[in-house]
Design a protein around this ligand. Structure first.
Ligand code: 13P
Length: 257
């Protein structure tokens, strides 16, 4: 029997949330997560101003928290940026890097994403490195080349010891926020390809998450795929019932696999 990897479900709130609503959401997630099987890891990545709130409301729970981006610098004259060690000050353990919304709206290059990954690791956080192709790239048969280039740029900067500490999220851009998830077969195919790259780097057990319109209705089927270790959840992570249902789907898979 191959070693069973834990299932990981992380919410990416993006630029959503206000103090009062967050409190309801965080408390409900903390409470619901308590009943999940042990090998399901649950996290939320919140806007920077709410890291302190996440710390206050999640510290006694099994839910971990983190940021959605960090600066490529450690400190200095970089107005508006937030360094990874600052995120650590609030008890965080995760930081998303290279989300397609950062790559597309903020011009983040594959090299910049690789440097940010290094900063996150240096700070002792777990980076969730996002990769994904556009619909045009998929239609042109370029998916492997695009996600391979994005992942390779990161792995090239890491030692095998560092590589085993990352999480990778495959998020096809055409599936993000569209309601149209990749099919489990489409996602598994890309995950298997990414797994090959990680195996070659000596990091075969890096969690590989799928993101893009994951909902309670499709989560279990996605999470059942051999190389899909969980999900990075956008819209559905803002509704605690949906988010917890997705976490439960991960739990159902983890006990039967
Ligand atoms: P949705 O779940 O809203 O499609 O977003 C996915 C995503 O971008 C998570 O990072």
């Amino acid at each position: 029997m191959p070693k069973q990897r834990a299932k990981v479900v992380v919410g990416n709130w993006k630029m959503h949330g206000r103090l009062a609503d967050n409190a309801v959401l965080l408390k409900a997630v903390a409470q619901g997560a308590a009943d999940l099987p042990e090998n399901v890891l649950v996290g939320v990545c919140v806007p920077f101003p709410y890291l302190a709130q996440a710390q206050a409301l999640l510290a006694d729970s099994r839910v971990v928290w983190g940021a959605q981006d960090v600066s490529a610098h450690t400190e200095g004259a970089y107005t508006g940026e937030v360094a990874a060690p600052m995120v650590v000050d609030y008890g965080a353990s995760l930081a998303i890097v290279g989300h397609s919304e950062r790559r597309n709206y903020h011009g983040e290059s594959v090299e910049l994403v690789a440097v940010k990954t290094q900063r996150v690791l240096e700070a002792g956080l777990t980076p969730i490195v996002c990769v994904g192709e556009t619909l045009e790239q998929r239609d042109a048969g370029e998916t492997s080349q695009v996600v391979g280039t994005q992942l390779d740029a990161v792995l090239a900067k890491l030692s095998p010891q560092e590589a085993v500490r990352i999480v990778v999220a495959y998020e096809p851009i055409w599936a993000i926020g569209t309601g149209e998830s990749a099919t489990s077969q489409q996602a598994q195919e890309v995950h298997a390809f990414l797994r090959g790259r990680l195996v070659a780097k000596g990091a075969p057990d890096v969690p590989l998450l799928y993101g893009g319109s994951v909902k309670p209705e499709n989560a279990e089927e996605l999470f059942r795929q051999p190389d899909i270790d969980g999900g990075l959840i956008g819209g559905a992570s803002l509704k605690y019932k949906d988010f917890l249902a997705i976490c439960e789907a991960a739990g159902a898979v983890s006990v039967t696999q």
